[in-house]
Design a protein around this ligand. Structure first.
Ligand code: MN
Length: 747
């Protein structure tokens, strides 16, 4: 967006073009407008024109054309109504112009204001940062989940930006395109906007892999005539039969998207020629709602009379629609030219659903029998409830969400014949927890189609599963590596926690007895003294280790007790000389221990296999020398080898140490921080924050700076990708006049 000398433009002509676009929007909305909503739309249009009147896009075009185009996509291509069009017209006003959300609320009401606010929040989260930060991602998902229209308008916004990106700098194009491929295309798919998803993917590829994009496009063009010929040969006899039987229908060769071809070549390693050979035909039937299923199957049998079907490739999404609402029959048959052809059979209603997704559901809701729920609404509701209730860290959430976005589901049956939908990759244990957490906790295996399988067995489409349970079974740590669904994960975590509490309760009984033997009482004060003495971080783990006899309680007999309270003259340290070891010695010792432990854990990749997290005592970031410590409940904790706790962990729990190494992945942001001090000159703090936020694209979590009599001290907490980034940043800050010392925070 730029301010440009207006004399260069033909303003009269632009005015005409703007009102032409607006009239087009009115025509699209015609049937959905009443006098009052028409007035609101006009008002929103005037507000948007006024607010954006001084800005143009990189292409030179007046900015207002963008929100109008987004409103057009929202109504015409997604099929939403007037309220959404109003919000689309205003979607960039609060973010980019002087218009305040309050003004929108006063003149257009709460509903519009709320959606526009959601859209504004999102652009803060995405467009202003250089890369998507994890916390932002979480916020983004929560905002998206508030009102499905926020997502739909944001997708329309992104679609228009992608369509009009030519004038941008190549690096910006690439950044936007990869974001689109990472987030918006899967989102569009999840919501059922198939046509838009395909276009977003193709446009992303065009900017990310321009050369390959052009090659595939050219190849498609070259082979078009041949493919058309083959498809016509295939279609002709079918067409004749269907006409004879009096069907109203459309039949056509389905165009393949460039992205899907590229994807097949690269990810599935299918040779170029084979991908082009795959043909697809779509048949769309015009039939009444109550005849849909029957007629689709009739057409299926007509097709398979002429062509032999490949038995493995029949997909019935009519009896059980996909979770994004998709319905159709897919089959693959041998065509006349000796090539497999995929045939999709749908009704026009199903076709509308497939292309428009959630928006189309709104129109067909009334036509359906019973109070059938919209699967996308259901999904969003589930997602937002999960996000709001969850205390998990943001990284886990993002993983779960992405899992939900990308995973196709598989269908399995209970012994009674009930159908259950599970994400791809689920195990028997996931399925057991899906049935009931009580069943999950007692699960010891299952019978799949009457064959015995272990809890880690991956479930397959269409099988019948009988879960086997035992009263003696209980969850353990390893189970977290077996399950993939978030439902099972949190159920296991919860029951592990309650098990710890149960152990701690037994530990408490033992401790109470031992204490009373020396006439000491069991209370918080004494407990804290023991926690400190035995160098634990909390009561629970102390009590558990007492129960498991990991602590020598004989020592207690030597304690002095005054009025029931333990008095320790000289607190005896578990590890002597702890404080006197120099940094160098610590690192040396840690390195020696690591040499003996040969297990190698690689972080940043395949994190699904090993659960790990970063120790909060030393906050390691990629590039640091680190080691892993196997904890009871939180998987492997990663510490820096100069962590203040390192020596103690090494000497006490040598066997729980694993070697660790960073992988090359740079996608994750890590929380770290530093303290700095110096002499406060005019604007120094401003200069520092500018360096941190602008020059390095890091995301600041908090800055606190106190200055007294010209001397300042501050703490900065921020997200970085690796040690290099942090070190460059620190050395740049050191060049500022007035900064005296900067130290990474160790604890
Ligand atoms: Mn926009």
């Amino acid at each position: 967006m730029e301010r440009i000398n207006f004399e260069l433009y033909d303003l009269e002509n632009e005015k005409k073009l703007i009102s032409k676009e607006y009239r087009k929007l009115l025509r699209t909305l015609k049937n959905r407008l009443n006098p009052s909503s028409k007035k609101s739309l006009r008002h929103a249009f005037d507000m948007a024109v006024e607010a954006h009147s001084k800005t143009r896009r990189k292409s030179g075009e007046l900015y207002i054309f963008h929100p109008i185009a987004v409103a057009q996509i929202v109504t015409e291509e997604i099929g939403l109504g007037v309220t959404s069009a109003i919000c689309a017209l205003l979607h960039d006003t609060v973010e980019d112009t002087d218009l305040a959300i309050e003004e929108i609320q006063i003149s257009l009401g709460n509903e519009v204001a709320k959606i526009v606010e959601g859209l504004t929040k999102i652009s803060h989260m995405i467009d202003t940062t250089s890369s998507m930060q994890i916390e932002n991602y979480k916020k983004l998902i929560i905002t998206l989940a508030e009102d499905v229209r926020v997502i739909l308008i944001k997708i329309a916004d992104r679609l228009h930006n992608m369509r009009t990106m030519d004038a941008m700098a190549p690096d910006k194009q690439k950044k936007i395109a990869s974001e689109t491929l990472f987030l918006y295309a899967p989102l569009a798919n999840r919501i059922g906007l198939h046509a838009i998803k395909t276009e977003l993917e193709d446009l992303s590829l065009k900017y990310l892999e321009p050369k390959e994009y052009r090659e595939i496009a050219l190849k498609l063009k070259e082979t078009k005539r041949q493919r058309t010929k083959q498809i016509n040969e295939f279609i002709q006899p079918i067409e004749e039969k269907l006409n004879k039987l009096g069907y109203k229908f459309k039949i056509y060769g389905r165009p393949k998207s460039i992205y899907s071809i590229w994807n097949k070549i690269h990810k599935k390693d299918v040779p170029f020629e084979e991908v082009f050979d795959l043909l697809a035909v779509r048949i769309i039937l015009e039939v009444p709602l109550d005849k849909e299923k029957q007629e689709c199957w009739n057409v299926y049998s007509i097709i398979t009379e002429s062509y032999i079907p490949s038995s493995e490739r029949l997909r019935d999404w009519i009896s059980k629609p996909k979770s994004n609402g998709y319905e159709a029959l897919h089959t693959t048959v041998m065509g006349p030219s000796g090539k497999f052809i995929e045939v999709q059979i749908r009704t026009s209603r199903m076709d509308e659903l497939a292309e428009r997704g959630v928006a189309a559901h709104l129109f067909y809701k009334e036509g359906k029998t019973g109070n059938e729920k919209n699967p996308v609404d259901e999904w969003l509701k589930k997602m937002s409830e999960k996000l709001k209730a969850s205390n998990d860290n943001a990284l886990d959430l993002v993983d779960d969400f992405k899992l939900d976005l990308y995973n196709e589901e598989i269908y399995v049956f209970t012994p009674k014949g009930d159908l259950k939908m599970m994400p791809q990759g689920s195990t028997i244990l996931d399925f057991a927890f899906e049935i009931h957490s009580g069943v999950g906790r007692k699960c010891i295996g299952a019978k799949v189609n009457h064959k015995l399988v272990p809890i880690s067995h991956k479930i397959e489409n269409g099988t019948q599963i009988e879960i086997l349970t035992s009263g003696k079974q209980k969850p353990n740590e390893d189970w977290l590596n077996i399950v993939t669904t978030s439902k099972a994960k949190s159920a296991i975590k919860n029951s592990l926690k309650s098990e710890i509490r149960a152990e701690a309760a037994l530990g408490k009984e033992i401790l109470v007895r031992k204490l009373s033997a020396i006439h000491a009482i069991y209370n918080q004060e004494n407990l804290q003294i023991l926690v400190n003495h035995y160098k634990y971080t909390n009561h629970l783990s102390l009590l558990c280790d007492i129960k498991n006899e990991k602590i020598n309680l004989q020592e207690i007999k030597k304690f002095k007790v005054v009025a029931g309270i333990i008095k320790l003259d000289k607190p005896k340290r578990i590890k002597e000389n702890n404080t006197e070891i120099s940094d160098k010695d610590v690192i040396q010792k840690v390195k020696e221990t690591l040499k003996k432990n040969s297990d190698l854990l690689i972080m940043g990749e395949d994190s699904s296999k090993i659960k790990y997290s970063y120790a909060s005592c030393c906050n390691p970031i990629p590039g640091d020398d680190v080691f892993g410590f196997i904890t009871i409940n939180e998987g492997v904790k990663i510490h820096r080898i100069n962590c203040p706790n390192a020596v103690q962990l090494m000497s006490k729990y040598n066997y729980r140490i694993v070697k660790t190494k960073w992988s090359q992945s740079k996608e994750i942001a890590f929380l770290t921080g530093f303290k700095l001090n110096g002499i406060d000159g005019l604007g120094l703090i401003n200069k520092m924050t500018k360096i941190i936020s602008e020059d390095h694209n890091v995301n600041i979590r908090s800055i606190s700076i106190e200055s007294e009599e010209g001397i300042f001290e501050g703490t900065v907490k921020l997200y970085v990708n690796d040690i290099e980034q942090l070190e460059t940043l620190i050395s740049n800050l050191k060049t500022l006049d007035g900064v005296i010392d900067i130290k990474r925070i160790e604890e």
